[in-house]
Design a protein around this ligand. Structure first.
Ligand code: ZN
Length: 483
């Protein structure tokens, strides 16, 4: 086999991708992830034959089960999830990717791509008004079509010597990343296909897309195996196992085998970092604090859980007998179920912060429900208790989101030290202490080491000032004479 540099493969992929895009029909609105607002109105006199064919193709694609096979992240020992989020001048962004122990080159490839996406999104100068990836803005947040960066992940394969990850941006575009433990090498998606077979593969995908009525362009950097060993390109076009197998590279065949018949363990030759022990405190029982007689505040921590930050935080809270509320992101809760369970066992409240941290106001009602329901189910399975509270990412909420979220009740905040922006422990500490009044809800993020480090001083100073730390539900349930 001719040696190819990653750059050569990437350029072949992008050229072939463009080719495929041109080859596909333009009826991409039939793609399952297209925003509903962009659906074209039916032509006068009823849908055209092409539109009907496209609709039939979309239905067939959905029925064909072209969902990629996915792996439960909780099964990977020592898995870390690298999270970041912010809201820089009306440009909300949240990024998340897995750091699988031993797959260093894979993590590096994702870190590089996510970093490039974020830099492009925020623009070249962090001090000047950011442009959110080129959007022009008038300065009035209410009238802007705010852009958003939201990168979330799914683990496709994590067994034997193969890891596959799919990173999606707002569930609209995606790319898959592969790790070959036999060569300790990151491999892009097209490396699943033998180089001499790529032309035949691309042409078969074009033909399949054409027969499906052009159901979205098939992306060659978004290749993932289905549970039965077929290979899917993009969200809607898949080739069955018998068709694709002769074109697979040696690595592609191993990745296919680990999808359909995974080895019981992941063995990348890495020293497994032992997962930090999650403190198992005794059940503290009901909180007797009477907020009508003493000053109460609610500490809330968003975006986690993260390891080791969230477990360190549990120790600080226990030292001050403080209760808090954790608004967890579903995909992080799924990776760190033991941490969520320990939070609940220690008497803290678990709230819902969506599955992948999108602006809920930008989603369809069905997508909002899915983001929240999936996360509530994750919380229920970790703790045995259904959450009753949710916090919309970025505080972005309207009547439609409130209605779709029921019976979850929205929780905003009173004190925001903007800890995600400065990452400065002293500054965060001082801002919280200076701004807190009785009855307040304080917003922090337990994915940031610097924020967790601020908590002991916040607890100590406010405790000395007569404050008690209770959950949001406790604060809401108690008539708060001092609030
Ligand atoms: Zn958040």
């Amino acid at each position: 086999m001719t040696a190819r540099t990653p750059a050569a493969i990437a350029s072949a992929a992008s050229a072939a991708s463009a080719l495929l895009l041109v080859g596909a029909l333009t009826l991409t609105a039939a793609c399952s992830h297209a925003p509903s607002a962009s659906k074209p109105a039916p032509a006068r006199g009823g849908p055209s034959a092409e539109a009907a064919e496209a609709a039939a193709g979309a239905a067939a694609a959905a029925a064909a089960g072209v969902e990629p096979s996915v792996v439960d992240p909780a099964t990977i020992e020592g898995l870390d999830v690298v999270n970041d989020s912010g809201n820089s001048r009306f440009c909300p962004w949240a990024t998340s990717y897995p750091d699988v122990p031993g797959a260093t080159a894979l993590t590096a490839a994702m870190r590089r791509d996510v970093g490039e996406h974020l830099a492009e999104f925020l623009g070249p100068d962090s001090r000047s008004p950011v442009d959110c990836g080129g959007d022009t803005r008038s300065g009035d947040p209410d009238t802007q079509d705010t852009r958003e960066l939201n990168i979330s992940f799914a683990l496709l394969v994590a067994s034997g010597d193969v890891v596959g990850v799919r990173l999606s941006n707002r569930d609209r575009t995606a790319r898959t990343y592969w790790y070959d433990g036999a060569d300790l090498t990151y491999r892009p998606a097209l490396a699943l296909i033998e180089s001499g077979s790529r032309a035949a593969f691309v042409s078969a995908l074009r033909e399949k897309a054409r027969r499906q009525g052009g159901v979205g362009p098939a992306a060659l950097d978004d290749l993932a195996f289905t549970a039965d060993g077929g290979l899917r390109a993009g969200s809607a076009v898949a080739l069955d196992r018998a068709t694709v197998t002769p074109w697979l590279s040696e690595f592609g065949r191993r990745a296919q085998a680990q999808t359909t018949d995974p080895s019981p363990t992941l063995d990348l030759g890495a020293d497994h970092t032992p997962t930090p022990a999650v403190p198992a405190g005794a059940d503290p029982g009901a909180d007797p604090t009477d907020c009508s007689r003493v000053k109460c505040v609610a500490l809330t921590f968003d975006d986690g859980p993260a390891v080791p930050e969230s477990t360190t935080l549990l120790q600080y809270l226990a030292e001050y007998d403080a209760r808090a509320t954790f608004f967890v992101v579903g995909q992080n809760a799924a990776a760190h179920r033991a941490v969520v369970r320990a939070q609940a066992d220690a008497g803290h409240e678990i709230g819902n912060h969506s599955w992948s941290h999108p602006r809920l106001t930008e989603l369809s009602t069905e997508e909002i429900r899915s983001q929240l329901a999936r996360t509530s189910e994750e919380i229920r399975s970790a703790t045995g208790t259904e959450p009753t509270l949710f916090r919309p990412p970025y505080g972005s909420i309207d009547d439609r989101v409130r209605a779709a979220a029921q019976p979850l009740s929205a929780v905003m905040w009173d004190v925001d030290p903007r800890d995600w922006e400065d990452r400065d422990t002293d500054r965060v500490t001082q801002r919280v202490i200076a701004a807190t009044d009785p009855g307040d809800v304080i917003l922090l993020h337990d994915i940031h080491r610097t924020s967790v480090a601020a908590v002991p001083q916040i607890l100590s100073t406010l405790t000395a000032g007569g404050y008690h730390f209770v959950t949001v539900s406790h604060l809401r349930a108690t008539p708060n004479a001092l609030g």
